[in-house]
Structure formats: structure tokens, C-alpha cells
Design a protein around this ligand. Sequence first.
Ligand code: GLU
Length: 451
Amino acid sequence: MIVTRFAPSPTGYLHIGGLRTAIFSYFWAKKNNGKFLLRIEDTDRSRHNEDAVGGILKAFEWVGIKSDEEIVYQSERTEIYKKYIDQLLETGRAYKCYMSKEELDQLREEQTARKERPKYDGRYRNFTGVPPIGIEPVIRIKSPESGNIIVKDLVKGDVVFSVEDNLDDFIIARADGMPTYNFVVAVDDAVMGVTDVIRGDDHLSNTPKQIVVYEALNFKLPNFYHVPMIHNSEGKKLSKRDGATDVLQYREYGYLPDALLNFLLRLGWSYGDKELFSREEMINLFDPSGINKSASIFSIEKLNWINGEKIKNLSRDEIANLLNINSSQIIDLVKDRCSTLKDLEREFLKIENRPENYDEASLKKHYRDDNKKLLNIFYKKIKDIDHDFISLADSFAKVLEDEKVGMAKLAQPLRIAIVGIAQSPSVVDLISILGRDEVISRIEIFFEKVK
Ligand code: GLU
């Protein structure tokens, strides 16, 4: 069974980069009828932000994904970590180190002076003497002393870390007993049965340390997939300056969760040249071995396009529901031209609400004497005739025919009268949807306000 996880440190809101690795993990688990787990990495209390967990869960709820099991909080797992630390001490795979802070500082200084990489020199690795008094030891794990650690990454291929340059007997528990980051991540992933670790490649350099922990505890290694970062158009890591990075902001802006997921899924992964994926396709087609090796570029234009396409696929009722507006034909009239729900709402209201004022420039251009005359003729026609027999659209056509004028001459002033501006969807569609009474009222108000 495939078990994946998303393991955020709750230091803030859910970042879109985080959501991307979360959905990679989620889709991969779902595709394989496996499990997707959520683990909150909250051991570092000083960086812990209570609201952040709520923020992550809210974002998950919005996009429609959730953990298949109860959420795991690292802060509640001290006993588990302690058990494995004791086991490592018992099996001689870890040891107590009594180096004082002064000694450590001194060692670092000497190494720096020799232009060496500062690292622990293993002085307590085989210590059997009497421990110094007054020093609470840290626990260090025995790392290999030479050779390489190879991360068999399924995105990047084999990544070789030389022990010499990358590892030492690193601390797995501090003097106060608090276990350290790489230790708990490895223990948790193993104990939670995670088979596939999909995460940002900013964690790749942690992986050799985690492998040391796995091996010391005889845990089976998971598959690792390190996903390249998301960059902005200048090739730098995406930051707040490039736009919103908080997932929930995208809801505020009027993006559909399916559009955001589709966009993030495609950001760094592809399936031929397919761009649009339904939720089922996201699950059925995603495969982490198809994740790109290089960074992907964030493009809001692409997201807007995807969102526009997803909006087109929504029914009138679905849109009305999402926006809490009347389910009217106006929605159909505007929805194909909008890239966000916010645009759609704005366009909808422009038509649904009677105009409060009329665009001056448009009036100047499109409300001259001949236009006035035509609008009057049209108004009289629709007021007088029986509309069970002749539609507004036909009346419109009839006026053009009788008066022998082109469409724009009447369409433009009519638009201004009913929506306030000269740009709108087809005026014939507009009047048909608004209906005779409303069109008459709007023209009357217009005549009253604009002489
Ligand atoms: N807690 C880490 C983070 O938020 C992720 C750790 C992992 O995925 O292994 O960046």
C-alpha cells in the first residue's frame, strides 16, 4: 500500500508551494488506493503558530483534500521519540556527548582557522570514561565515518553526498531531551508507514541525515521524490512580491479550487501536452516519476486561463451558488468572458443592477441626435406592441430595418441606457434576458436622467 504524507511546519499560512507537494502526495496515494497523511511538525514551539494549523486545514477543506487518518502532531509524540533514542543508545548506534559549549566553540574556531568545514570530531563516540560533572549530555547518532550516502531520488536520480563534506555524528536529542528535526522526521515517516516521501527539494540536503537514522533503526527506506521549487519569471524563488503565496488568498481572488489544483499539478509535472484535468484525471493520471527535474515558472496568466476554462464548465446554478447571486441567464451571458469568479460577479452585477450613472464619453460618442431618435422609436415600439407575439429581439431588428440603419446606431445608445456603458455582451441577448418590463423601465429612467 502506498502511504504518503504532507508534513508542514505550522509557521504561517499554507503556501502554494506547500499545497503543490501536498497534492502530489494526495493524488499519488488516491491513485493507488493508498493513504495520505497529515503531520504537523510543531516541535519547535518558538516558531509554532496556533492559527497556522487552522489555516492549513481551512485551505485543505477549500480545495477538498484531507488526511485519511487523524492528524499527527509531533509535539504529542515525545514518548515515541524517546523510545527510539533509548533503543539507539542500547544498540550502540547513538551515544552521549558531554562536550561543553565552550569546547564546541573552540573546535569550530580551530576548524574554521584551518579552512575546514566545522563539524563534530567524534570525540565521545567511543567514550567509556567517567562523564564530566555538571554537563547534561546531548545524544549523537553514529554516522558513517567515510564514503558516500546516496539518495536514490526518483525525481533527480542518484544524488551522492560524501560523508566527509556533509555529515558528522549529528545531535538527535538536545541536552534537555528534545529530539531534533531530522531525527523526528525519519522516525515519524517510518513509524507512520510512509512509503513515498514527496517534498520540496529544499529538503534534499536533510535526506542523508534521515537515511542515517533509518539505517540505525533498521527501518526500510521510503521512496524519495524531491520536487524542484517554484520560481518567478525572473528565475528566483517565488516570494510574496510575485503575488499571493497564501492558498486562501486565491479563494478571495475568485479562483476555483479545481483550477488552482490543476494549475499546481501542471507546475512541474506534465502529461503529454494536456493542460486541463478533471479531479478524476488528476488522481488517475498523476505519477510522481513524471515530475520535472528543473524548477517550474509561476505564471498568473496560465492560472487565469485555467480558471476561465473551469468557469466555462460550471453550470449557471453552480456559479449562482458559489457567488450567492440569482441564478439568471445573465450568468451564461458573461461567464465565458471571465477568468475569475470576481470578474464574473462584477460583470453580472453590471447587468443585473440598474445603472447608477451613464458613461460620459460613451454618451458623447453614441448618443447624438440620430441615436436619440432611434432609441425613442425602439422604446415606443416595445411599449406599444404585444410581446406575446413579437419578441424584443425582433422589435430591435424591425427598427433597424424600418429606419434603414446599421446595428450599432441603436445598439450603442440602448446599451448605455440599460447598463450605463457602451461595452457589454450582445445587446440583443441583454434585452431578451432582462425582459420587456425591465428594459422599458431602464430606458425611462435613462430618458429622465439624460436629456
Ligand atoms: N516540515 C517541513 C516543512 O514544512 C517539511 C518536512 C518534510 O516534508 O520532510 O518544510
